[in-house]
Ligand binder design. Structure first.
Ligand code: NDP
Ligand code: NHF
Length: 282
């Protein structure tokens, strides 16, 4: 991944580690040609990390965009996610094979359990099966999404393995400080969904707007810089090539400690985030 200007961190794989870009492309809710065009354009700008999910119904568009981009597939980190309806030892393999076929790929770089769905009681066996699929070479790194402390610990207790990464709702208004601390102590990377905080109207915050004015950068760039400066991987979605470029262009400036603190001071607390002990998706 030397042909992109996007800085990287280190992601655990079955046989060691590899570079993982700190900015990737989110693809929900784009579909079909719109999604293919967005993926091809993002790769053209320099993105090498692409986030999709079986649940999004856009893995065909993502695969098309990858082929249209003309880059070597080996240089990409393609992420997909196991949907709730595919939890369970028998279903995980089928779910992965369906995703690979739809994407037109023969392996996934990163496969996440999309939501733990505790009422199904199958996320531990799903994780164990994903580790088997990793040893077969069908997945390079295994991770989770929306898991909280006790759910992560249940995976480790059963398998002796922590997920390489946990994709969670995170932004200056949802800092997830305790969960991130737990993860970082165990070598689990944080990846942020909803990184721009639009649901929380973060871009309207006077604090964010003031920091944008102070740095001469856009509100989006300030928010994304808050993520990457702490080693959080962010996957902003944009179908617009200009905003895709803007969102990736956050590696040539720094926020001061004071600016970082003012942004983190916007946190609304853990209760404001979607709670995977009660929220389930299929
Ligand atoms: N694991 C999970 O449970 C979840 C995962 N995700 C993943 O995370 C990705 C990102 O999360 P998402 O919820 O989409 O939130 P984002 O924070 O990425 O916000 C996306 C929205 O912001 C707009 N936007 C993008 N860049 C800018 C900019 N620079 N300035 C102003 N507006 C901008 C986009 O519009 P436009 O396209 O017009 O630029 C779009 O409407 C998803 O696409 C998906 O891949 C999301 C939710 C849950
Ligand atoms: O991954 C996802 C994309 O965003 C949706 C909400 O907007 C989520 O429900 C879903 O889990």
């Amino acid at each position: 991944m030397t042909d992109s200007f996007i800085a990287t961190t280190s992601l655990a794989t079955a046989d060691g580690s590899r570079d993982l870009p700190l900015i990737g492309l989110g693809t929900y809710p784009m579909k079909g040609q719109e999604c293919a065009d967005a993926v091809a354009s993002a790769i053209g700008v320099g993105y090498r990390l692409i986030d999709t999910a079986a649940q999004y119904g856009n893995e065909d568009g993502v695969g098309q965009g990858i082929r249209d981009s003309g880059v070597d597939r080996e240089t990409l980190v393609v992420t997909s996610k196991l949907r709730g309806s595919d939890h369970g030892a028998d279903s995980v393999r089928r779910g992965l094979e369906r995703s690979l076929t739809t994407l037109g790929l023969d392996y996934l770089d990163l496969y996440l359990i999309h939501w733990p769905n505790p009422s199904q009681g199958k996320y531990v066996e799903s994780f164990a099966t994903m580790l088997e699929l990793q040893s077969e070479g069908l997945i390079r790194s295994v991770g989770t999404s929306n898991f909280v402390q006790e759910q992560l610990a249940a995976l480790y207790d059963a398998t002796g393995v922590w997920p390489a990464i946990n994709q969670i709702q995170c932004s200056p208004m949802l800092t997830r400080t305790q969960l991130r601390g737990f993860m970082s102590d165990r070598g689990i990377l944080t990846e942020a969904w909803g990184p721009l905080g639009l649901r929380e109207k973060l871009p309207d915050s006077p604090v964010v707007q003031k920091v944008a004015e102070e740095t001469g950068r856009s509100v989006g760039q300030v928010i994304l810089r808050w993520h990457v400066q702490q080693g959080i991987i962010a996957i902003p979605k944009s179908g617009n090539p200009k905003r895709q470029k803007e969102n990736a262009d956050v590696f040539d400036f720094q926020l001061s400690d004071g600016q970082m603190e003012r942004l983190s001071g916007l946190d609304r607390g853990e209760d404001a985030a979607w709670d995977s002990r009660t929220h389930e998706e299929f």
